[in-house]
Design a binder for this molecule. Structure first.
Ligand code: PLP
Length: 467
């Protein structure tokens, strides 16, 4: 593609994007296509000769867009948000155009040095102490894997990478049942093994780990000759926002010399608001924290931030120095590829820099506070309806509810959530609380208004009356 055509189609894509964002409310939030419907419209082989851009773009609009679920739709209330603020999309275009591979300082000094700066902006914005250092990972799953690998290496006296796990002491890691499945995966991939992930029961409304049970489990493992290595706590669990008591968990970790990783993938963004930091009180006692600006904050996917107290431990676990990756002649530089499992790195700091400068922390705080307020409003309105029950009260902007209908309650609520999503005006998802199906509601989309929250209540009530 030559420069003139590149310009034409770049402008066309930008114009399409502006129109798309502007008209999202007219589209159903969740794709309304059945399995295989889109695939049936796509050729079975790559073309031998190239197609013109008019045809390709027309097919994109006709075939692909109808099969998209619109995550940037202001009435997306499912899962957690994956916000891509327009200013971050602009930054991503620039990143895509430069398409630099930012694995080492010298492969793009600006990418490394900007990352260092915006990580410290975010550390301050979240109220974390100065002894935390941030790094951008592709996902929370990767950050958690990193943390588990450090737990493993520290516990094994840095021998695991060389010797493997066979013949070494049996590592044990502790978490509640409320943590995300990325924790299970990290345990599998690190070789620790699911059997060595000790699930601590949860207590109370916050569904946090029973800290006495945690300590009992650690001591029992020590006495049995096993090797406690670390604890994974959560702040804002995926299902209904469970929160461990970080101060108490950190005290246990400290007492027994265990590494503490905190998964705040979704809720971490809210910590730019000082009043919500009570939910992770004691966070300064963590060794590693992950939160995803690509969820609530507005930095387009992917952008996951890991704060680490001792980056040298992560580098000791992951760094490899073949000659072709050495940077000769420069001392004191950071090569962020030594802080993550993948070698290659996209330039992710640019969109954070654009986002934080354009909206300012006050702008982002206002958005998050509104989401919390509107979620509480939706919960209050549903609570006032005789046939709705709030199952878990709002934690930040997430709560769950159930509709009382005829027949089996699980089947009824699954049918209701499907009917709501088939309607298309809003998008919700379900989870289980104490074994029973509930419907989740989270407010978090970047362009959401109070009107969208009111529409959500109206749609839920209207569809429930039809169900
Ligand atoms: N942790 C929590 C609490 C989550 O909610 C999620 C995803 O929703 C993850 C981890 C995994 O995030 P990622 O997709 O960035 O790996």
């Amino acid at each position: 593609m030559r420069a003139k055509e590149f310009g034409t189609w770049s402008r066309k894509a930008a114009e399409w994007g502006v129109e798309y964002r502007d008209t999202l409310r007219e589209r159903p939030v969740r794709a309304q296509t059945g399995p295989g419907e889109i695939a049936a419209r796509i050729a079975d082989n790559a073309p031998e000769t190239g197609h013109d851009m008019e045809t390709i773009f027309a097919d994109f609009e006709a075939i692909i867009v109808p099969g998209m679920t619109h995550w940037q739709h202001p009435r997306f209330f499912a899962y957690f948000p994956a916000n891509a603020a327009p200013v971050s999309v602009v930054a991503e275009y620039l990143v895509t155009v430069m398409a630099a591979q930012c694995m080492l300082w010298q492969t793009s000094p600006a990418a490394t040095e900007l990352e260092t700066k915006v990580m410290d902006w975010l550390r301050q914005a979240l109220g974390l102490p100065a002894d935390f250092t941030g790094v951008i990972q592709d996902s929370a799953s990767s950050a958690t894997l990193n943390a588990v690998l450090v737990m493993r290496e520290k516990a094994l006296g840095w021998k695991g990478n060389v010797e493997g796990l066979v013949g070494n002491d049996q590592i044990r890691i502790y978490s509640s049942s409320q943590v995300h499945t990325s924790i299970d995966r990290a345990i599998w991939v690190s070789g620790v093994g699911e059997r060595n992930l000790v699930r601590i029961p949860v207590t109370g409304k916050s569904r946090g780990m029973d800290v006495a049970a945690l300590e009992t489990a650690i001591i029992a493992d020590q006495q049995a000759g096993l090797l406690p290595a670390g604890i994974i706590a959560c702040v804002g669990g995926t299902s209904v926002g469970a929160c461990d008591n970080i101060a108490e968990v950190a005290a246990v970790a400290r007492k027994h010399g265990l590494y503490l990783h905190v998964d705040a993938a979704w809720a971490g963004s809210a910590m730019i608001c000082p009043e919500y930091r009570v939910f992770w009180d004691g966070i300064e006692g963590a060794d590693s924290i992950v939160f995803n600006p690509h969820k609530w904050l507005g930095a387009s996917f992917d952008c996951s931030v890991q704060f680490i107290r001792k980056p040298e431990e992560l580098v000791r676990t992951l760094a490899i120095h073949p000659e072709f990756l050495k940077t000769h002649g420069h001392d004191g530089i950071i090569n962020y590829s030594e802080w993550s499992v993948p070698l290659g790195r996209r330039f992710r700091a640019l969109k954070l820099w654009f986002l934080l400068r354009y909206h300012g922390l006050e702008g982002l705080r206002a958005m998050i506070r509104n989401h919390v307020k509107w979620s509480e409003m939706v919960a209050a309105r549903l609570a006032a309806e005789p046939d709705f029950e709030i199952v878990t009260e709002p934690f930040l902007s997430l709560f769950s509810f159930r509709h009382k209908g005829a027949g089996d309650p699980d089947a009824h609520n699954l049918a209701l959530v499907n009917a709501i999503n088939d309607d298309g005006r809003i998008y919700l998802t379900q989870t289980r609380v104490d074994g029973a199906i509930v419907i989740r509601f989270q407010a978090g989309q970047f362009d959401m208004t109070e009107g969208d929250a009111k529409t959500a209540v109206d749609v839920i009530i209207e569809v429930s009356r039809r169900a």
